[in-house]
Every structure is written in C-alpha cells, then in structure tokens.
Design a protein around this ligand. Structure first.
Ligand code: ARG
Length: 608
C-alpha cells in the first residue's frame, strides 16, 4: 500500500557518491518518487527505465512509464494521454545531481540526459580507488558446477559447466557474496561394482600398493566389456556393489583409489584453467539419504509405481516426470542424491541461492527437484533452484563435437591444441622476436585458455555453440584475442609516454576529469554502466551480456582514440604534449576492462 511504501533515499550531493553507484537503480528510485507523487492513487505503477540506445537524440536513459500509466488511467475512466502523463511525471521529478535535463518526446517518452560533472566525479573515484562492486545485501550462494563423473570421461559439456560456473562464482564473489563452489562429482553408483571387481583381478595387491592406472577411461571400458560378456564377472560386480554400500573397508579403499585416479585427472584441467572448486560428490550424501527417504515416506509423499517409490512435484496434476526416490531393488538414484543435497544445502549450508550449472537436457530434472523440495517443505517461499542450462558444443561441421576419428575429444588434448594454436598465432605475428621467453609463454597461455573461455561465455549459453579454434583465435571481432590486445595497447599508451600511475593520480587530484570531446563523453558514459551490467548479470546469470559490454567498451575506446590524441609527438618522435585527462580516461578504461576479464576468468598480460 501507499503508506507502507518506503521512499528510496536519493543521492543529493555529488561528493557523497563513490565509483560504484548503479545509475540505473538511482534513476529508478528518482522516477519511483516522481510517479508515486504524480499518481498517488495508483497501486504499484510501472517504473520502466531503459538505456536509450545509440541515437543521442533520445538522451542517455529513458523513462517509458507514461504509456502504460496512461493506459491504466484510461481503464479507470480517467481521460488522459501519454504526453500529459509524461509531463505530470516530469513536474514531480526531484532534482538530482545525476541528471542534466529531461525532455518529453514523441508519444510520451521521457529522455534523460546525464550530468557530465557527475560522470567525471565517478570516473575520478574509479581512478583513485579502483573498480569496486556496487553494494548489495550479502547472500550465501551455493554454486554446483563442473561435476564430472568418476571413471567416465570429463567431456566438453563438463568444460562448459566448469567455465560458466567459475565465472558465475567470480561475479558473485566480486559482489562480496559468500560463495560455496561445489563439485557434485558422480562418485557413487553401480558402475563401481565392476570397476572394483576388475581392480581386484588386475591389481590384486591394490591394498598395499597403489595401482598404476594411467588411463581410467580405458580401465572403465575394459571392465564394462567384461561386465557385458562374462556372467560370472557380472555376478561378482553386483556383490561388490553390495559390499561397497555396506561400507566394507576393503571395498571402500578400492573405491577411494579409483576416485583418486579420476580426481588427479580432473585437477589437471582445473589447474590449467585456474578453477577453484570443492569436491563434494554424490557419495557425500549417502549417510543422509536414509533419513531423507524416511522423512518423505513418513509424510506420505512417496507413491509406489511398479516396485519403485516415486514422488511427484504436483500430486494432483502429475505434471512433468516424478522423481525416482527408491529403485525397485531398494537402491538410490541421481534423484535421491539431489533431493538430499538440496536439503543439506538449505539446512546445513544455510544457502540463500542455489545454482546448478548443467546442460539444458537436465532442465526438467531440476524443475522436478525444485517442485518436490517445495512440496516437502525443504525450500521455502522465495528460495528456489536456479538451473543455469547451456546448449551442446558442436564441431565446425555443426555436428556433435568429435575428433576426426569419431571419438570424444579428451579435454587435456583440447587444451594442448589450444596452446599450440595460440603459439602459432603469436609466432605468425612475429611476437616471439619481441617478447622474452617468459612473456611469450604467459601470452600463449592467456590467449589459449582465454579464447576457449571467452568463446563459450560470449554466446548466449542456452544456444548450442560451434567450437572453432580459427574463430576464437581471430584478432578481429568479439574474441578474447582482440580484447587482450586492446587492453595491452591501452596500457602501453601511458607506458610509452612514461607517465606513472602515481603521476596520473596527482594530475587527477589537481584537475580531475574533463570529458570534453564527444567521444570522451561517450566513453565515459559507457564506463559508468559497469555497476548496472554487473548487477544484471549477477541476477540473470547470462554472462554474454558482460562480454557484449566489454566489446562495447573496446569499440567506444577505439572511436575515442581515433579522434583524440593522448600524446603528441613532433616529426622526430619527441613528445611535445601529454593530455593527462585523456591518459586518465585510458587508465580507467583499462581498469574496467581488466575487471570484466577477471570476472570472466581470463588473465590479462602486460605485453603480447
Ligand atoms: N554428474 C552430472 C553429469 O555429469 C552433473 C551433476 C550436476 N549436479 C547435480 N547436483 N545434479 O551430468
């Protein structure tokens, strides 16, 4: 209601503002006040604010509330039109140091022009204090990502989950959330029966001497072959599962050994890609599953279905597919461990947000987990499962990503190829002749891993994407290579003028920013949007908008750099004039770009 609505507190004084203010949120607050005082009788009127797009005629931001409000009023038999509404809103808009002026245009748009002084102050703050996160309420966020399966291969799907999940963690950590990075490894299940049986035959002294399994996938294939062909072996495999599940120490030891081999392989990938993650596989929930199953059973949520115990998200409509909580042989499933895991994450981890990064194919699974957890009272009100789904990786032939011989691509080999190709590219450009061997190696790795990550993150994740080294290593267009070059080039501008960061800070204290040229002003305004881009991405978890923003900074910078000199040299190459204000703008641009790249998990280099 009207009385209970808390009026947002507005910024009234430029000097109280720091570099991390979210302009869009402040504008929303301003127009919320304007609209509620112009139309006090409307309950929850629409507050519509957007960026104006590329035409400077429409201002920097727009408030587009007049049209829907006029519509609303007409439906209440008040005769009015959008322009009149827009003017009424304008009359009630409180003055703000953010805004230079507001115009009513066209059918009732309110075009907002930002105040340059304000922008200059914000950029000055970024120069002095660095790129800081916009303030938000701290939350505990559980991010379940990567999550390959033991003894099976870690494939490109897991690579996508790893890259996207890590970047989600990074953005949330940047916002100072309390993030728990979990690797929900597939480390439990009936496949361990045949693996242990095979281990016993191949390495009878496995208890005392660690088995030298170098290729666990081959080991898996061998045991699977025996399982399918040899009745005797199959029987033994089943009894191994029983022994393992009853906690027989020898079997637990064998299971641990096999997991360890897998883990070492996964860790190689994580080290290369600079991924931090905590192992907490399906096995972790074993001890908790009995209790959860009993609880669900006692509350009457489980139904019998051909010997299985299932649970519907909606017991009346039976929409979607039910969870299989207990199999007909009494065993537990992927569903059982996920319903147990969500309970553990709510009750023990005290999570506020629960994020799961897997291929889009598991969408229904997580919808069902959410519905069942809600039904069972595990998830309450606003708590929900957020499934971050993604499409499949395709080869350049637009078919499922495979090697030439039709095998699945081993991730380590893929990363190695990336390294090789990135070195080729650098050598092709003659960089090996100007960089030291250490610098070359750093550049090689930054480019290789950066391009693989960026290619993934820069596409809308719900779509399938085509994996192409040629495309991702292109130095034109929206690629990591282009952006890494852009940042090093910007960094080198001040370096070439031999202006230190301290000197720039001194200059900033003296004169501050002056965004005089149109291209300077344009670049300044793009940089100001950093907080709103971050908040949007942290909310919807679509990282490609951060990539688009990064690319926009880079191209706006180029426009500026084409038009405005930062350093002037005479014919013989001597520096005759330095524009400190512009070097400051370069510095802030580099800082914001570097922060974006850091959030994407991409390392920058000072030379490449
Ligand atoms: N191991 C699963 C797979 O490879 C992914 C697990 C995702 N996390 C979860 N809590 N279910 O598809």
């Amino acid at each position: 209601g009207l009385e209970s609505r808390k009026r947002p507190k507005l910024i009234t004084d430029i000097s109280s503002v720091e570099g991390n203010v979210c302009l869009l949120d402040e504008l929303k607050n301003i127009f919320e006040i304007a609209i509620t005082s112009a139309y006090p009788n409307l309950v929850d009127p629409p507050i519509v604010l957007t960026l104006s797009g590329n035409n400077p005629k429409f201002g920097d931001y727009q408030c587009n509330s007049a049209m829907p409000i006029s519509h609303l009023l007409k439906s209440m038999n008040v005769s009015t039109n959008p322009r009149e509404v827009a003017n009424n809103i304008l009359n009630k808009t409180p003055t703000s140091p953010l805004i230079e002026r507001i115009e009513v245009a066209g059918a009732g748009f309110l075009n907002i022009y930002l105040n340059k002084k304000f922008a200059e102050h914000v950029l000055n703050c970024i120069l002095q204090y660095g790129v800081r996160p916009p303030p938000v309420k701290r939350e505990r966020v559980i991010v379940d990502f990567s999550s390959p399966n033991i003894a099976k291969e870690m494939h490109v799907g897991h690579l996508r989950s790893t890259i996207i999940g890590d970047s989600i963690c990074r953005i949330l950590e940047f916002l100072n959330h309390d993030v728990l990075r979990l690797n929900h490894l597939g480390d439990w299940g009936t496949q361990f029966g045949m693996l242990i049986a095979h281990l016993q035959d191949q390495f009878p002294d496995y208890k005392t001497c660690s088995p030298p399994i170098s290729d666990l996938q081959a080991f898996y294939k061998e045991s699977k072959k025996r399982f399918d062909e040899d009745e005797e072996f199959k029987k033994r495999a089943y009894s191994c599962v029983v022994q393992l599940q009853s906690g027989q120490p020898d079997y637990i030891a064998a299971w641990k050994l096999i997991c360890e081999v897998s883990r070492r392989e996964f860790q190689k990938i994580y080290d290369r890609l600079d991924i931090r993650i905590i192992d907490r596989g399906e096995s972790f929930y074993q001890s908790r599953m009995d209790a959860v199953v009993k609880e669900l059973k006692d509350s009457g949520f489980l139904e019998e279905d051909e010997g299985r115990l299932i649970m519907w998200g909606d017991p009346v409509t039976h929409e979607g597919i039910p969870l299989t909580v207990v199999k007909s042989d009494g065993g537990y499933t992927y569903d059982t461990s996920d319903i147990t895991a969500i309970k553990q994450r709510v009750d023990e981890e005290k999570g506020d947000r629960f994020i799961y990064v897997t291929d889009a194919g598991q969408y229904t699974h997580f919808v069902t987990i959410d519905a069942c957890a809600r039904r069972a009272g595990i998830l309450k009100n606003s708590q929900k499962i957020e499934h971050v789904g993604f499409g499949v990786v395709l080869g350049e032939d637009k078919k499922k990503f495979k090697t030439r011989s039709g095998d699945t691509v081993k991730l380590i080999e893929l990363l190695d190829e990336g390294l090789k190709r990135s070195l080729d590219k650098l050598v092709e450009k003659g960089r090996d002749k100007v960089l030291t061997p250490e610098e070359l190696k750093k550049a090689q790795e930054a480019v290789a891993y950066g391009c693989i990550k960026y290619a993934d993150l820069s596409h809308n994740r719900v779509n399938d994407y085509v994996f192409s080294f040629d495309k991702m290593l292109d130095d034109k267009g929206n690629t990591a290579v282009y952006l890494l070059y852009a940042v090093t080039r910007i960094r080198s501008i001040a370096r070439n003028a031999q202006v230190s960061e301290t000197k720039l800070l001194e200059e900033a204290m003296k004169s501050g920013f002056k965004l005089e040229h149109v291209t300077e002003w344009k670049l300044g305004k793009v940089l100001l949007r950093f907080p709103e881009v971050i908040l949007k991405v942290a909310n919807d978890l679509y990282l490609h908008s951060l990539c688009e923003y990064l690319y926009e900074i880079s191209s706006t910078f180029t426009e500026f750099y084409d038009k405005c000199y930062c350093i002037q040299k005479d014919k013989s190459g001597n520096i005759v004039d330095i524009s400190y204000e512009r070097l400051m703008l370069c510095e802030v641009t580099a800082k914001v770009m570097e922060k974006c790249l850091e959030i994407l998990g991409i390392k920058t280099v000072s030379k490449m």
